[in-house]
Design a protein around this ligand. Structure first.
Ligand code: GLN
Length: 493
């Protein structure tokens, strides 16, 4: 097998090859790094590489296999970690100048779980600064390119993680999702990405953006791989007060369960208007595919969706303005020089260290929380958030799963929306409601549009029903056969 064939394999295939001793974990890493080293300059998916850690892990896997010992299910499979998740001894920058030289003093719970499972972490991936964005153009370092078309954005904010998996620089990746940051890039890059139920995965060690919305989740090229990674990172953590103390999910054993007679709800507001024509066609074909699988289709109205962008951009910015107060030049990272007073140092550090979008969010959030405006904006947004959650509760009385396109359109050209924050915020219309309601949701690649750009379909499930959601996703993946039918244009050399 040449290196190109090797890195294109799924985690399940790589595991088989490892167990059959056809390949070593260190050889998979060699292949991956060979490609990253020449292609990262083109795609910009990694902020930094963590080679020493990756090779130490891979060597341990090889030793265990050599000795005939059991290895965890994703041991030896290369993974890319979003650079807003702490990894001890390595830089964690959140793609911000303010944390450019910050070295993590501890591991996030998710990083620890990856290490315990002997998953080699190949590097830290680029993102929109502090995970604020939908296109990865807000990184303080470089814009990430979409491997399907280098003129287009990969989606954001976890664009580096999605591009890495799509360009075969890693078999798996971890991202974070506050309003769609896993699902949107998964959709734009033609891969699978999942946001778990709020509280399912520990947020300890994730640099907080909107704490009541943030969740860490998996990326992969297949639903099965994504399910395996979802199981690895889930679980109660006493370090996170919002972590759910419940048994870990068993997602992988029910992937192929029959869905005959189950009800698939099509979200009316994200179906009837506002979709690009190829995206509309894709959702119609998805409906057909589910019908062929014996599922019953029902139309579901979520009338409050039209308020969700407004609600989200008040709550998320309010929480961000509070969470980002800690970056003041005293405890972490960048500190402005030649300041005559403490206040001047705070001001200059934040003015020089944060990018435009982050400053915009801090100002918006501070405004929404200020006395006199709190009741008019923040309180109203929280009330609407509850009503949106109620809408979902009602919807799930009528359907087992809800579907819609992950985004009304496919990936757009770099620079085409960056001057217009409102049109950028509209790309989140289909994804943010899941974060507001705390429910699990995922994007799976279904087909491509006329310009050969991937179209993702989003599945949304009731709280803690990841197992059922993956079952529906697995069935649709089989029907779509995306990985065999479509290939990205990015030619690995
Ligand atoms: N695009 C959304 C935002 O900019 C979502 C980001 C995210 O999920 N981290 O807030």
């Amino acid at each position: 097998m040449n290196t190109e064939e090797l890195i294109k394999q799924s985690a399940a295939e790589q595991r088989k090859a490892l167990l059959n001793k056809e390949i070593k974990a260190t050889e998979i890493l060699d292949a991956v790094y060979k490609h990253i080293e020449t292609e990262n300059e083109i795609i910009g998916d990694f902020n930094s590489l963590t080679k020493e850690l990756a090779y130490d892990t891979a060597k341990e896997v090889d030793k265990k296999i050599e000795k005939g010992e059991q290895i965890p299910k994703l041991a030896g499979i290369p993974l890319a970690l979003k650079d807003n998740i702490n990894l001890k001894g390595y830089k964690t920058t959140a793609s911000s100048k303010i944390l450019e030289n910050f070295i993590s003093p501890y591991d996030a719970t998710v990083s620890n779980k990856l290490k315990d499972n002997l998953i080699p972490i190949v590097g830290k991936t680029n993102l929109d600064e502090f995970a604020m964005g939908s296109s990865n153009e807000n990184s303080a370092f470089c814009k990430v390119k979409n491997p399907w078309d280098l003129k287009k954005v990969p989606g954001g904010s976890s664009g580096g993680s999605a591009a890495a998996v799509s360009a075969y620089h890693a078999t798996l990746a971890i991202g974070s999702d506050t309003g769609g940051s896993i699902r949107l890039p998964a959709s734009f890059c033609g891969i699978v990405g999942m946001k778990p139920t709020y509280g399912r995965v520990s947020r300890y060690g994730l640099i907080a953006f909107g704490s009541s919305l943030d969740q860490i989740g998996p990326f992969a090229r297949t639903v099965e791989d994504c399910a395996m990674l979802a199981e690895v990172i889930a679980g109660y953590d006493e370090h996170d007060s919002t972590s759910l103390n419940i048994p870990e999910p068993n997602i992988t054993s029910n992937l192929d369960k029959d869905i005959k007679g189950k009800k698939v709800g099509v979200i009316k507001e994200l179906y009837e208007t506002g979709l690009a024509s190829d995206v509309k066609q894709a959702i119609e074909n998805t409906i057909e595919a589910y019908k062929n699988l014996g599922a019953e289709i029902v139309m579901i109205s979520l009338p409050l969706i039209k308020y969700s962008i407004g609600v989200y951009y008040i709550i998320a910015t309010a929480e961000a303005s509070s969470n980002l107060a800690r970056f003041d030049g005293v405890k972490y990272g960048y500190r402005a020089e030649n300041c005559k007073s403490l206040i001047e140092m705070y001001n200059k550090t934040r003015a020089e260290g944060f990018g435009e979008e982050v400053k915009r969010r801090i100002m918006l959030g501070t405004y929404a929380l200020s006395s006199g405006y709190y009741d008019a904006y923040y309180k109203k947004a929280q009330q609407l958030r509850r009503l949106i959650k109620n809408d979902f509760d009602n919807a799930f009385k009528q359907a087992d799963i809800l579907i819609c396109p992950t985004c009304p359109d496919t990936a757009f050209e770099i620079g085409s929306k960056s001057e217009d924050p409102l049109s950028m915020y509209l790309t989140d219309i289909a994804t943010i409601t899941a974060n507001l309601a705390g429910i699990p949701a995922m994007s799976i690649p279904f087909c491509v549009d006329k310009s050969n750009m991937p179209i993702g379909i989003q599945l949304l499930a009731p709280i803690l029903k990841e197992e059922s959601m993956f079952n529906f996703a697995y069935k649709l993946e089989k029907a779509a056969d995306f990985n065999n039918k479509y290939k990205n244009q990015f030619i690995t050399k």
